[in-house]
Design a protein around this ligand. Structure first.
Ligand code: GLA
Ligand code: ZN
Length: 670
């Protein structure tokens, strides 16, 4: 795979909507904004194959020539997420059936049955046409397969394929009955033909979560087959061009650790909701970087202004797009791409922001800001591309645990995995401590980390707890929280008390878990300090651990809430509730001290500092505040890569501003 020589700047361009004059004007504006990459033609299947096997690529050829003549490269997208009407009409099996059993009509996009062989055949044929024509085009930078996969389907084909999937997974019906624990409620199956897709909504607890879990796995694998179908074809024409797909915002449906192993590079669309805190966005980038073991990723989309699909589509404030873009780069993105380049004149997304708005002018705030950013990124060249973020703290994260936790009926309706992750991530982000996200699996290498966290790691795969225990004994630091270690891969709870396989490591056992209403609180006594806690309260017994905090209220007053166990040369901490933030901060400071992890920089609250390292280091400093704020960059003399100034020690950043600096420290992660 060739490395890029610049931070690609540009995004989704849908030129089949525009006339000659508009296209020419687009090129002028793109040059003006420093655009270096366009993604197209994401949804143009119907234009490219007006009838089965009849192709019309002439218009696309002309557009691609125009783009490359303007010095812009392209990310070519197979248009296979929006099948043409003739395909849905001629082969209705292509259309999905929804969870309520309704056959859906044509008209949406990303709206096909992922198990339809006809869909795969026609999508494959399209991928061949694409690759045959463009795989050696000098301006082709990367391939983009389809768009934001993630359609569920409950059609007869999916039903049949689900049964096959289960046969392969479990071998025999006895094993399936055992693993699904069908003895409960007398749901025993006597033939694979009796297996039904879980066509009840998640909030209806009458469907066995074990079946739903396997459906999610099945959906991931079926979708992956669609991706692979095209991937293999594209690769066969030119193995050097990277192939990816853009993953939707933050999609729970598809196991992205599994999905992305089939890509050359991760691509994801970042659409923060108004009000999302900077640490929440940063965490999502870090997760994306974790999917392929720290490899940098493609930021495939973000909006240059407001969206159209939020309940209230807030304008992005001046400077916000720049800040979000640098935040993505700081956490591992190698590109800065937008949806979309020109705002469509009609259709579902006519009010979605674009670099060129309906006004069609260059003297707009959004265009000016985009162009400013485009030229600024040009100056940065390629120095940090493919650069890594060096972290000594890891968070264990598993899509399977996410599914199982949120499919669970009880103990609380407020179980939310991303919130649980961000609850532990926030104090680390506040201290500018880099974090890696890892898939917990047997044989994982935890040795690079001084601290490993397992927030609500509800479902534990075989071999994971053993790995964690060995890591702790050898001197590692481990933190688990309430709702960790409850179930196996089939959502069968452990006997012998929670946190199941982590019991010995943590030196505790949990007898019961109380669920509090949102307005209810308990208290925590930690040393001389008092805090509040809520949400869930584990009633803990210590076997070997020391008690760090106890509850102050209710019948379990005085029982342990937070514990610390010394095991071998390491320590294992447990938080059996959701403490208030101040308590989390105090705990994290202490835990980090014990683990020997020190915040690498001091800075005012709301200032984010991140480092990426390739041959040289690059330091990103982002002021998320609406006021000036300081950061202490240490003794090193650094050059600002944005304006050439030399700085050291304390710098002041204006409200909402960004700094990018050289960083010489090569082998000194925090
Ligand atoms: C997604 C899609 C785009 C567009 C944007 C709008 O990310 O991939 O085609 O619909 O959302 O926000
Ligand atoms: Zn189907």
């Amino acid at each position: 795979m060739k490395s890029a020589d610049r931070i690609y700047f540009g995004g989704d361009y849908n030129p089949d909507q525009w006339d000659e004059q508009t296209l020419e004007e687009d090129m002028r504006l793109f040059r003006k904004a420093g655009v270096s990459l366009l993604t197209l033609p994401v949804f143009s299947w119907a234009r490219l194959e007006p009838d089965e096997g009849v192709y019309d690529f002439a218009w696309l050829d002309r557009i691609l020539e125009r783009i490359s003549a303007n010095g812009i490269r392209f990310c070519l997208a197979t248009p296979t997420s929006a099948q043409p009407a003739w395909l849905s009409t001629r082969y209705p099996e292509v259309l999905p059936v929804d969870i309520q059993g309704r056959k859906r009509t044509h008209g949406m996009r990303v709206f096909f049955c992922v198990n339809s062989l006809k869909y795969r055949e026609r999508a494959g044929a399209m991928a061949h046409e694409f690759a045959r024509r463009y795989a050696r085009h000098p301006a082709l930078a990367m391939w983009h397969v389809a768009n934001e996969y993630g359609t569920s389907c409950y059609c007869p084909t999916c039903q049949a394929r689900f049964r096959l999937f289960l046969k392969k997974r479990y071998g025999s019906l006895e094993e399936l009955n055992r693993r699904w624990h069908t003895a409960f409620w007398g749901r025993i199956l006597t033939s694979f033909e009796e297996i039904c897709l879980p066509t009840e909504l998640n909030d209806d607890y009458r469907f066995n979560p074990a079946v739903q879990l396997d459906y999610m796995r099945f959906l991931t694998d079926s979708t992956l087959e669609c991706f692979r179908n095209e991937y293999d074809i594209l690769k066969s024409y030119n193995p050097d061009i990277p192939v990816m797909t853009n993953m939707s915002g933050f999609i729970r449906k598809l196991d992205q650790f599994r999905f992305t192993q089939a890509m050359d590079i991760v691509g994801w669309d970042n659409y923060p909701s108004p009000g999302d805190k900077p640490h929440f966005v940063a965490m999502k980038h870090d997760i994306m970087r974790g999917l392929r073991h720290g490899q940098s990723f493609i930021l495939t989309e973000q909006s240059p202004n407001q969206q159209n699909w939020q309940p209230y589509n807030r304008l992005k404030r001046p400077g916000e797009v720049r800040r979000l873009s640098y935040q993505a780069l700081a956490h591992g993105a190698d590109t800065c791409l937008f949806f979309q380049m020109r705002q469509s004149i009609a259709g579902q997304e006519k009010f979605h922001g674009a670099i060129i708005s309906h006004a069609g002018r260059e003297d707009t705030r959004v265009f000016r800001e985009a162009a400013g950013l485009g030229h600024e990124l040009e100056k940065l060249g390629s120095r940090f591309l493919e650069g890594r973020v060096e972290a000594r703290v890891a968070v264990l994260m598993d899509w399977n645990s996410w599914w199982a936790l949120e499919l669970s009926s009880g103990p609380s309706r407020d179980l939310n995995y991303l919130r649980a992750l961000s609850f532990c991530y926030r104090p680390l982000h506040d201290r500018n401590i880099p974090v890696d996200f890892l898939l917990p699996q047997a044989g994982m290498d935890l040795s690079p980390y001084a601290l490993v966290l397992a927030p609500m790691l509800y479902m534990v795969r075989p071999g994971v707890a053993e790995c964690v225990d060995a890591y702790v004994r050898e001197g590692g630091h481990f933190l688990a929280t309430v709702m960790t270690g409850l179930a196996d891969e089939n959502d069968r709870c452990v006997f012998g008390a929670y946190p199941g396989p982590f019991r010995d490591t943590l030196g505790i056992w949990v007898e019961e878990t109380d669920a509090l209403r949102p307005e209810e609180k308990n208290g925590l006594r930690m040393g001389d300090s008092l805090y509040t806690c809520g949400f869930l309260c584990d009633l803990i017994h210590v076997t070997h651990a020391k008690v760090l905090a106890t509850y102050t209220e209710d019948f379990y007053r005085g029982m342990p809430a937070i514990t610390r166990n010394i095991r071998g040369r390491g320590e294992a901490w447990y938080i059996g509730t959701r403490p208030e933030e101040a308590c989390m901060d105090a705990l994290m400071d202490r835990l980090l001290r014990h683990a020997g992890v020190h915040p690498p920089f001091r800075a005012a609250p709301g200032v984010e500092i991140t480092r990426r390292v390739r041959e040289e280091g690059t330091l990103f400093v982002i002021n998320h505040n609406d006021h000036e704020a300081w950061a202490d960059l240490g003794e090193e003399t650094r050059t600002s890569l944005l304006d050439g100034r030399t700085v050291s020690g304390i710098i002041r950043l204006p409200a909402g501003d960004v700094g990018v600096f050289t960083d010489d420290r090569k082998d000194k992660p925090c």
